[in-house]
Structures are given as structure tokens and as C-alpha cells.
Design a binder for this molecule. Sequence first.
Ligand code: FE2
Length: 129
Amino acid sequence: MYEMKPEFFTGIELVDTEHARLFELANEAYELMQDDFTPDKYDYILSILNSLNDYAKQHFKDEEAYMESIQYKRLFTQKIEHQAFISKLEEFDLESIDENQEQAILSILTFLNDWLVQHILEKDLLIGK
Ligand SMILES: [Fe+2]
């Protein structure tokens, strides 16, 4: 299970609330992986990917607006990483997801896990400092 432990909090309320939503979506993917009673998970996987896409667009917009408001000096690096996140989401290929659903869920989880650690914990935390 994914849990937003204290070290993940930036202290910026909107950013933290939105990050908590990402933990929820990671949990959804985790539960889907553990679920042995749903033989066809395709629609659920698509729904998670769509939610991630909506989430990313709104959250990055809000986070970038906040960084602009404080004239944050690492805004450019942040924008590049945010764009990379969205591109990576777009790379998930619907046909191969359907053919190999368990692998797809695992890829989504690995991707989110890396993001939580390498982006939120390392980069976003600096915004609050
Ligand atoms: Fe960020």
C-alpha cells in the first residue's frame, strides 16, 4: 500500500492535497494488481490511466502557478519533469496493455513509485523550503 508519510509533505496545502490524490491512484493500481477475481482488468487500467492524465494536467498547472507566484528558481527543471510524466503516460500502448494486463499494471506502479520518490520526495519538497 502507498501511504503519504510525513516526509512527503511540502507544507504547501494545495500541493499536498493534490499529492495525496496521487497516492490514492497508486493504491487503486496496487489493489487492482492484488485482485485475483477480475479476469479482465483492461477497463480498470484505462480508467486509472485516464485519472492519472486528468490528475497530472491539473496538478502540474497548479504546482507551476504556485512556483511562478514565488518566482521559484527551479521552475524550468520542474516543467521539464512534468512534461516527461505526461509523455510517459501517453506512451502506454492500449493494445499491449490489453494483451499483457498484469505487466501493464506493474509498469504503472513502477512508474508511479519512481515519481513519488524521484520527483515528489526530491524535487517538490524543495519548493516548500
Ligand atoms: Fe513537481
